[in-house]
Design a protein around this ligand. Structure first.
Ligand SMILES: Cc1cc2nc3c(=O)[nH]c(=O)nc-3n(C[C@H](O)[C@H](O)[C@H](O)COP(=O)(O)OP(=O)(O)OC[C@H]3O[C@@H](n4cnc5c(N)ncnc54)[C@H](O)[C@@H]3O)c2cc1C
Length: 288
């Protein structure tokens, strides 16, 4: 329960944070809310010699509209997401998801940047970002680049981030007005990670789906984009038979671990149940 020894650094700019992280290489780690990293350090699953705390960097905070996108600073907390009027009107799925992350104590401190950068398949925000077609602004020793969420996750705790990188913001294209959305999560108790969860964003016109995107949480080593399942639904009324075909296609791409949350086959089925519920909720919320 006691972490290994480490030096603590608190830069006040992204430039300085990148400089420190680039200097430390594999011996340095960014610290955001610390609600994934500190437990890992206490278990000695992570033993960074240097922690670079991002909490003193004002430019990493805030939520703003930028044309048809919403840009959220990496150090914005889950609690901040829930209180944002901009998000409530443009991206209500973020409030719905944030409310299902952990518990209020964790949400007051845990950040969006930390949640998406962590690479834990149990984190809720990555599948939502994949569903929404978000991208991540990353500052590294060679300057800034933008990485699509859909290509970012490479394995459990492996992402496209390189040593020295700081994820500075999340950029999300705002779905069409009147879109339907839902994040449905099965968990064993309040504050638990997902046994399985599904994110859905869709648009409807004349009773038929004109677009659909689906993300799945904690049913593989990475969050999943269920592209084929979504394609099956476009053009349909989301009738029972078509939803069943789409759910089968989504279940087919899962590969969950058997763990304390249940056997793999059960978790795959629960992903299907969560997706069925999310599609029904999204359809009922969509305005043509
Ligand atoms: C009891 C408990 C229950 C939880 N339940 C859930 C849950 O249901 N769903 C869920 O999604 N999460 C859950 N979490 C995790 C929580 O949401 C974390 O806050 C989140 O995973 C990480 O965010 P953080 O800001 O705490 O990041 P940290 O723990 O500080 O960092 C996590 C990792 O990301 C890296 N990192 C952080 N920020 C950046 C950045 N800007 N640039 C580059 N790298 C960065 C760090 O170096 C570290 O490797 C739970 C945590 C606890 C303690």
């Amino acid at each position: 329960m006691i972490p290994g020894a480490f030096a603590y650094h608190r830069p006040s700019s992204v430039k300085d944070a990148v400089g420190l992280l680039a200097q430390f290489g594999d011996d340095g780690r960014a610290l955001a809310g610390g609600h994934s990293l500190i437990p890992m350090m206490k278990l000695r699953l992570a033993t960074p010699a240097n922690l670079v705390d991002l909490a003193g960097i004002a430019e990493l905070k805030g939520i703003r509209a930028d044309g048809n996108d919403v840009v959220i600073g990496a150090m914005t907390t889950q609690h901040d997401l829930m209180g944002s009027e901009l998000l409530a009107s443009k991206l209500p799925i973020l409030r719905e998801t944030s409310a299902q992350v952990a518990d209020p104590q964790v949400r007051y401190v845990g950040t969006l940047g930390g949640n998406v950068a962590n690479g834990d398949p149990g984190n809720d925000m990555p599948a939502v970002m994949i569903c929404l077609g978000a991208s991540y602004h990353v500052m590294g020793k060679n300057g800034e680049r933008r990485l699509a969420a859909r290509g970012f996750y490479q394995g459990a705790y492996f992402t496209a981030l390189e040593p020295g990188d700081v994820l500075t913001a999340v950029r999300i294209p705002v779905p069409a007005a009147g879109h339907g959305y839902a994040y449905e999560k099965l968990k064993r108790k309040i504050g638990d990670y997902a046994t399985a969860a599904a994110a859905v964003v869709l648009t409807m016109s004349g009773g038929k789906a004109t677009s659909c995107s689906i993300g799945l949480t904690n049913v593989a080593e990475t969050p999943l984009w269920a592209e084929e399942a979504a394609k099956i639904l476009v053009g349909s009324t989301l009738d029972v038979a078509t939803v069943k075909r789409a759910v089968a296609a989504a279940e087919a791409i899962t590969a969950p671990a058997t763990d304390a949350r249940g056997p793999a086959a059960y978790r795959t089925k629960m992903a299907g149940v969560m997706l069925t519920r999310a599609l029904a909720a999204a359809k009922s919320r969509a305005r043509s």
